[in-house]
Design a protein around this ligand. Structure first.
Ligand code: MN
Length: 242
């Protein structure tokens, strides 16, 4: 099972969650929201080769943490995964839009400068601007739009731009989320939870709740769950070699 976007470091007991992920054999992309969180979060994956740690600077705190860009630049040559990065066009974050665009654009430039990275990207209420930035930085790497919530038209453009997608049970709980997921290429899709931010029935999502996304995808694709698991495993391998 795969949770390709969760915030291990933000759970109340990150070590316990990481141990449980190892015990269950989960493949995890453990994302960070600040460059200064990278070292501590990467330590959670010590001796856990299936847990990969991504170097990020979350758009919702870009204005507070833009001073950490030089640290991100120093760490970048040694990491394979970048995120959580992106843009957030929600009304509560719009006033820091300039900082968000500056930070996101700079990170894409830096990624292009080191030959590209696997990117996990936030695009809430900002799909057009995120896609414009990706189009302008084709060398930045392989973009994975996490919990995509744009329009069908924006999704079609993302597909044309060779984006990948990660979908989780919280997203697939809504009719709109399922309609978007149904149009995502099955060979460019991974599961995620966005825990502990994402909530499932009022509790924080746990990495192994990605299981629920598999059930929902099997239903959507009218495929057995084993076939869905195989597809996702194949996708993860292909991403690793992309
Ligand atoms: Mn997230």
């Amino acid at each position: 099972m795969i949770d390709f976007h969760c915030h291990l470091d933000l759970y109340p007991d990150p070590h316990a969650i990481a141990r449980e992920c190892v015990a269950r054999g989960l493949y995890i992309l453990s994302v960070t929201t600040t460059p200064s969180a990278w070292a501590g979060t990467a330590a959670l994956a010590h001796e856990a080769p299936r847990i990969r740690t991504a170097l990020g600077l979350h758009p919702q705190i870009a204005h507070e943490r833009k001073g950490e860009l030089p640290l991100l630049e120093r760490l970048l040559p040694d990491v394979r995964y970048v995120g959580e990065i992106g843009l957030d066009g929600g009304p509560e974050y719009k006033r820091h839009w300039q900082d968000q665009v500056f930070v996101f654009t700079r990170i894409l430039e830096l990624c292009a400068g080191v030959g590209g990275r696997v990117l996990t990207i936030h695009s809430r209420r900002a799909a057009v601007s995120v896609l414009d930035a990706l189009e302008a930085h084709p060398g930045a790497g392989t973009p994975i739009l996490h919990w995509f919530s744009g329009t069908q038209r924006e999704l079609a453009r993302a597909v044309d731009l060779n984006c990948w997608f990660s979908v989780g049970p919280a997203m697939l709980a809504s009719e709109k989320g399922r309609a978007l997921a149904a149009k995502m290429p099955r060979d460019r899709l991974l599961t995620e939870t966005d825990g502990p931010f994402a909530q499932l029935e009022g509790s924080m999502a746990l990495p192994w709740d990605a299981e629920r996304a598999i059930t929902l995808l099997a239903d959507m694709w009218t495929e057995p769950e084993t076939a869905v698991r195989d597809r996702l495993a194949t996708n993860l391998r292909r991403l690793g070699t992309a």
